[in-house]
Each structure stands twice: as C-alpha cells, then as structure tokens.
Design a binder for this molecule. Structure first.
Ligand SMILES: Cc1cc2nc3c(=O)[nH]c(=O)nc-3n(C[C@H](O)[C@H](O)[C@H](O)COP(=O)(O)OP(=O)(O)OC[C@H]3O[C@@H](n4cnc5c(N)ncnc54)[C@H](O)[C@@H]3O)c2cc1C
Length: 466
C-alpha cells in the first residue's frame, strides 16, 4: 500500500466510526506502540522506528467489532495492547496500522468455585481483588500483575509466581477456554476450549483477538514474603531447593539471586549487606514457623520478612522474575538478560556449573517452577554484562552446550523465541481467523511459509485452504 493510500485508509476508518475514542496525536500513539523491549539492546535498536499510526480505545465488544471490520475492509494492520509490559516487543507493530488498547474490556464475566471467566483487558490484580474474598487466587501470575492484563498474559506471557505449583500458564488444566474475535470484514466470535484454545497462547495476538478467558484458580493462602541472604551461592541454591522440593511447605514463589544482584535493589539497601547471595520466597503462613530453622541449617540470615500486603503495599515479588532485570537496569543501563530452561533431571548441578563458569559476566538469577509435565525444575533470567551481540550469542551457546535450553529474549518473531519452531496448527488458526494477515503482521514466521506446511484440521476452527 502506498503512503497516500494508507493515509486515506486510516482516514476512512476514522470517518466510518466518528464516535469512537481515537488517539491521533503522534506522541501518544508512539507511547502506546511501546513495551519493555528495551531490556534488549538488540530489540531496542531493531524496533526503534516501529510505531502504529493511530490508536483507539474501544468501550465495549461492539466497538471493537466495528474497528476490526473497518480495518479488515481497508486491509490495515491491527495490534492489540493490554498493559504494554511485554518484553520482546510483542505488541510493537512492524508495519504500522492501528493499536487497539483493550483495557476497557475489563469485566469479570462469571465466577464459580475454582473458576473465573473474565474479559481479556482486565488487569490481573483486579481479578485477584475479586476472587480472593471468595477464597481463590490466580494459579500463576507475572511479577507485573498490577499492570498486566489477562489477555496480555495469555497472548505474550508465560507464567511466574505460582508456577512452582501449577507450572506455566500452558500446563493442561490452567486455561479452560477462550472466546475469540476473528479479523475479518464480518468479524465472527468463536469459543475454543483447551487444548485448542492454547493455539492462541503466546502467539502475540497474531492469530486472533482474545475477548474472554476462562481460568482455573488456586485456593488462596495467607502469604509471608521472605528475603534471606547467604555468603555462599551453593548454600542459597540448596536452601531454595529444599523449600521448592518439600511437598509439605506451602509456597508460591522461590527465587535465587547470585551476588551482586541484590546490590542493585537500592530500595532494600537498609536490610541488605553488599555482596551477598539471596533467596526470595513466598511461603504459606501455615508453614512459616519452619523457616528460621531452615535458614539456620543453610547458614543464612533473614534480611526481611513480612505478610503479603503489609509492607506499605510493597511486595518482594517485584524483585523476582523480570522485575529483577528491571531493578538492575534502573541502576546500570549497560546490563541485559537471558532466559534459560534447565533440565529437570539435573537442574541443580547445571545451575552451579553455569554460575561457576560465567560468574562475573553472567549473574545467576534462578526461578523454581514445575514444567509442563509437573517436574520440579528451574528457569534462569540471568543478568548479563553486555558487550556486543557476538558475545551475547556466544554466552547463549555456552548454555546450550551445557544442556541448558535458551528461550532467546532478543528476538521479536514468535518462533525465534520460546516457541522455538514453526507450528502448522498455530499458522492454520491464523489462516482461519486472520486470512489477510492483518493481526500483528511480521511476527509469525510460519505465515511466510504457510503453503509449505501440512494441512491440519483443528476442531472448532475452519481451516481455510487456498
Ligand atoms: C518487569 C517485568 C517483569 C515481567 N515478569 C514476567 C513474569 O513473571 N512472567 C511472565 O510471563 N511475563 C513477565 N513479563 C512480561 C509481561 O509483563 C507479561 O507477560 C504480561 O502478562 C503481559 O501482559 P500485558 O497486558 O502487559 O501484555 P501486552 O504487553 O500488552 O501484550 C503482550 C502480547 O499479547 C498480545 N495481546 C494482548 N492482549 C491481547 C488480546 N486480548 N488478544 C490477543 N492478543 C493480545 C499483544 O498484542 C502482545 O503481542 C515481565 C515483563 C516486565 C517488563
């Protein structure tokens, strides 16, 4: 499409829907086109000049449907924005077009024992505010839960706090169903149950617009947040592993940060001694009495302990997962990070080996979780003292050579990151739901080779063959 044709298409969409809440001012549209991709110096450079040309905030599903129909008619790209906290440029438009801020579609649709169904634009914190009084909480939530939306977690996220019990969001049983809008001149609305629903998970909104998500919940607990420090990295790791492994200790979060990571936690400087290794854990109050003994057994020291919600609204969760990276970047902008997945059979040994091999340049940050099969394991979000892309690639190769999987966070195409491969099923959903490739175009590499992929039939989804 030429520049002038594109400007006319944008103008036609606005003219067709004059009562909508359009955002046309370039600085505001540019801001809405951004997320936390700048954690990666590579993505920061790659995505520097990628912006939408127009943004809009639908007030309800009918307005969203009208926007979708108008953009489909004009063949304009459309990217959905939730909280904008993704960190691989998931929402950043590679080919301009319209950003749809979905945060006004934020109602709880239904709640029953252990299950919640909510609109995709709801903030995760707002879901918990409504389910906790009924005795239920989210099974896994990112450390950005105050800002992140349900649709954003589903479309761009992975899991986080709680994944020590329930695995990642994609683990069978966590997501029950979704309601999706297609990107067509006459948008259709389709309900998909798991497992088919998960074909839209972590697909960056490239193969459907998620309207509602139905999730299974966890029974809620009174949580106690702990920060314990250790002279020795191996002792910190053994302490964290003991908590993670114990079937009787109720927990929601266990993370290890190698020295000098906590030196970047400037807000906690008054309780921390420089150069210490740390474990942050969130423990059920029913088991909290066990903690002092366990800390002493591993020659640690309790630096901070408080009941969740009772520390001026602060939470130690905001020092875990990618918040560790954020806290460090506030102090040292030359740092970046990696994402790794250790092998369930020997994660402990791998973690100690990688710490020994790369410490100084790569600062170990370990998060405990269960994998898709329920095995206890660790993922890593290590901080890296960045020199250049070649060295970063060499560091990633060192991990791989030692049997540790890398989920590269310095790429913005879906298959180049965690997904790791082109999926004929994911592409088939896009063919069926977004036949003109208007949703977040450029992010799904499989689209470019769609004609070479095997034809697949997915229940509930019409596979379009051309
Ligand atoms: C400091 C920090 C810490 C983080 N910690 C974690 C963590 O612990 N665990 C984790 O998994 N992630 C983490 N992340 C990444 C991110 O915060 C989460 O994945 C979060 O859930 C994204 O939600 P969001 O609403 O901000 O999504 P957005 O950034 O708005 O969107 C993410 C992707 O989903 C798509 N999308 C959004 N809504 C819809 C919809 N309704 N339909 C279709 N597609 C949609 C967008 O187009 C985009 O591609 C972290 C990021 C930062 C910056």
């Amino acid at each position: 499409m030429s520049d002038s044709a594109r400007q006319s298409a944008l103008a036609a969409v606005v003219a067709a829907l004059p009562s909508l809440d359009w955002i046309k001012e370039a600085p505001k549209v540019k801001r809405l086109s951004r997320d936390f991709h700048w954690f990666s110096p590579i993505l920061k450079q790659q995505l520097e000049d990628k912006f939408a040309e127009l943004a809009v905030r639908p007030r309800n599903e009918a307005e969203l449907s009208a926007i979708v129909a108008a953009c489909a008619k004009q063949r304009l790209p459309l990217n959905i924005r939730g909280g904008g906290t993704g960190n691989y440029g998931q929402l950043i438009p590679l080919h301009g077009g319209v950003i749809v801020d979905i945060t006004r579609l934020n109602a709880i649709v239904a709640m029953r024992d252990g299950v919640v169904k909510a609109q995709a634009g709801i903030r995760l914190a707002d879901i918990e505010a409504q389910t906790r009084p009924l005795g239920w909480e989210l099974r896994c939530l990112p450390s950005t839960w105050r800002l992140a939306t349900l649709g954003g977690l589903f479309g761009g996220g992975f899991g986080g706090v709680g994944s020590i019990n329930y695995g990642p969001l994609a683990a069978p049983g966590n997501v029950l169903s979704i309601r999706v809008m297609t990107m067509e001149e006459q948008p259709r609305i389709i309900t998909l149950n798991a497992p088919e629903a998960l074909l839209l998970h972590h697909a960056y909104g490239s193969n459907g617009i998620v309207l509602e998500i139905e999730l299974a919940l966890a029974p809620c607990h009174q949580w106690i947040e702990h920060l314990d420090t250790f002279d020795d990295f191996a002792a910190a790791m053994a302490f964290a592993d003991a908590i993670a492994r114990s079937p009787g200790i109720v927990k929601r979060q266990v993370a290890v940060m190698a020295a000098p990571i906590t030196d970047y936690f400037t807000d906690l400087a008054d309780v921390l001694t420089p150069g210490q290794h740390a474990v942050i854990s969130v423990i059920g109050s029913e088991n909290d009495a066990l903690m002092p003994g366990l800390v002493a057994e591993h020659h640690g020291r309790c630096a901070l302990r408080f009941a969740a919600g009772e520390h001026d609204g602060h939470s130690l969760i905001e020092y875990c997962w990618n918040h560790t990276t954020l806290q460090a970047l506030k102090v040292d902008k030359t740092l970046t990070y990696l994402q790794s997945a250790f092998a369930a059979e020997h994660y402990h040994q791998q973690v100690l080996e990688m710490e020994q091999r790369l410490s100084g340049e790569v600062l170990s940050h370990i998060e405990f979780l269960r994998d898709l099969n329920g095995n206890l394991t660790c993922s890593g979000l290590p901080l890296v003292r960045y020199s250049d892309e070649t060295r970063l690639n060499a560091i990633m190769q060192t991990f791989r050579d030692n049997g540790v999987k890398i989920n590269n966070p310095h790429v913005c195409q879906i298959e180049a990151g965690k997904q790791g491969r082109v999926s004929a099923e994911v592409v088939a959903v896009k063919r069926a739901f977004d036949p003109h490739n208007l949703l977040n175009p450029g992010k799904l590499r499989g689209w470019d080779i769609r004609d070479t992929l095997p034809e697949v039939n997915i229940p509930g989804i019409t596979t379009i063959t051309t």
